[in-house]
Every structure is written in C-alpha cells, then in structure tokens.
Design a protein around this ligand. Sequence first.
Ligand code: SF4
Ligand code: SF4
Length: 167
Amino acid sequence: MANIIGDVFSAAAAVAKGMSVTMKEMMSPTVTENYPDEPPKLQERFRGVHVLQRDENGMEKCVACFLCSAACPSNCIYIEAAENTDKLRISGGERYAKVYNIDYNRCIFCGYCVEACPTDAITHGHGFEVASYNTSTLVLTKDDMLAPIPPGAKPPVIRELAEASAH
Ligand code: SF4
Ligand code: SF4
C-alpha cells in the first residue's frame, strides 16, 4: 500500500515538474522567426556563401596563392591565377585570381578555406538562399562573390578605365 501511495506521489510530482516547464515556456516571449516574410536573425559567425574581400583601396585581397583550394576537403574551389602588371593591377600581391569559382554542390561550409587564407581574402557571408533545382547555378564565380568597392576608393583598374573614358 505504501508503495502505491509513493508511486502516485512521484508520478504527480513528475507531471507537476513537466507542467511547470510547459507553463514557463508559455509565458516566455515567442522566438519563432517569420522567415521568409522577414529576414532571419543570423549569428555574426554564421557561415554562409563566401565573400571575396577587397582592401580599403578597393584592391582585391586574393593573391591567388591556392592555399584555400589546398585546404578544402571537398575540392570545390577552382582558381586560375594571373600576374598583376603595371597596366593591370587587380590585387596588392604579384598575382590575382583571374577565375575564382566555388561549387556549392560540394561545399560543406566547414570554413577551412577561410582559416587557410593568409590575406583574409575569403570570408563567410550571411547568404544562404542557394537552393536550386539546377545544379549548374550552384557554381558561383568571382563576380558573384566579390565584395563591392568601398565608397570613395578607386583601385588602379577603375582609375585607368575612368582616365581612358575621359580621353
Ligand atoms: S567552406 Fe569548406 S568545403 Fe566550402 S569551400 Fe571552404 S574549405 Fe571548401
Ligand atoms: S582566397 Fe586567400 S587562400 Fe585563397 S587563393 Fe586567394 S589569397 Fe590564397
């Protein structure tokens, strides 16, 4: 008999404990996100689609060293390097990435490429809406990922274009 009463009390205590959690959550503010009607709140370090960064002068930070590509476990970074010249200077180093593609069919957003980059040229952005029925659209190119030129900055290639159009 004592055992039965004990069981009833412990079951009631368990139900009360569970209900207290339910009641507490009912009183808490809702955390439901209204995506896609409203943009989601992403954490600062969220790993989204990559961004190829520029320096404060608008030059591309990537110097085509291939370290990101070597570090990538999915083998999804494709780079073609080219030499900067006096006439065409794209980055601050000897070389720049003429072609820089990432295949998001394969990328696992591990961040190894970001960690491997010696010039902080590649970072994760917050873009995540890359789902597609057409896998060919998941290969993003340098144009898709390159950061805009900072306001007021005039990298050499832009200066040359402006001078050429003025003549
Ligand atoms: S996040 Fe990982 S898988 Fe994606 S490109 Fe970088 S190293 Fe490769
Ligand atoms: S993104 Fe960084 S690691 Fe990759 S090639 Fe450019 S400079 Fe090298």
